[in-house]
Design a protein around this ligand. Structure first.
Ligand code: COA
Length: 171
């Protein structure tokens, strides 16, 4: 298995896997399958081939052969007063590869990539309060719960709270 920053040459596989994630787990992501399925390739391409910085997000993928089995995104904050914060989002592992350490490895790789930017002090993320697996994953990597957002997500007419989690990566 091979983990790397996704490149523009990974466009088709990235698109396939991200759409799979959005369809498979509507409660896990703010992004919606039907808002993404017809997006032009230029938009997908704009997410690829980037290292993490204040001005850009990086997408990490784990491959088995040519097939993506896991993914995560690190998002930089362009506001000067927020440039010490990185957000983690879009964490997804293919159902056939879960609970074998893939999610943890991808998160470790992403955090290492983010830490190459010496400005970043804090990591933040949000997770649907109904989902136990990601909360356990993030806690296993040192994230702590720091708040709840009420009715932060609405899916098929139902509201969901999200748990806000944070991790300090340097002083
Ligand atoms: C959350 C997710 C990425 C975890 O991936 P994974 O490859 O199964 O995770 P790992 O095998 O690396 O497990 C990491 C930790 O989480 C725990 N964990 C994973 N799945 C779990 C589950 N279903 N229930 C309880 N704990 C779970 C593991 O036991 C492990 O904890 P440990 O290190 O203390 O033993 C995966 O379940 C997934 O893609 N879920 C759907 C999408 C999603 O919810 N994304 C999060 C958006 S915020």
């Amino acid at each position: 298995m091979n983990i790397k920053i996704l490149q523009k040459s990974n466009l088709n596989e990235y698109k396939r896997f991200r759409l799979q994630a959005l369809k498979d787990c509507p409660l896990a992501f703010y992004s919606d399958y039907y808002e993404n399925v017809d997006r032009p390739d230029e938009k997908w391409l704009s997410h690829l081939g980037k290292v993490f910085s204040e001005d850009s997000s990086t997408n990490i993928g784990m491959f088995e052969g040519d097939t993506l089995i896991g993914m995560a995104t690190g998002i930089g904050e362009s506001y000067k007063k927020r440039s010490h914060v990185a957000k983690i989002a879009a964490v997804y592992v293919d159902p056939n590869h879960r609970q074998k350490g893939v999610g943890g490895k991808i998160l470790d790789f992403l955090i290492t990539e983010i830490m190459k930017n010496s400005n970043v002090v804090m990591l933040e993320l949000e997770v649907n309060a109904k989902l136990q697996a990601p909360v356990t994953l993030y806690k296993s990597r040192g994230f702590k719960e720091c708040g709840i957002k009420s009715k932060a997500m609405k899916v098929d007419g139902l509201f969901y709270n999200t748990i806000v989690m944070e991790k300090e990566i340097r002083n």
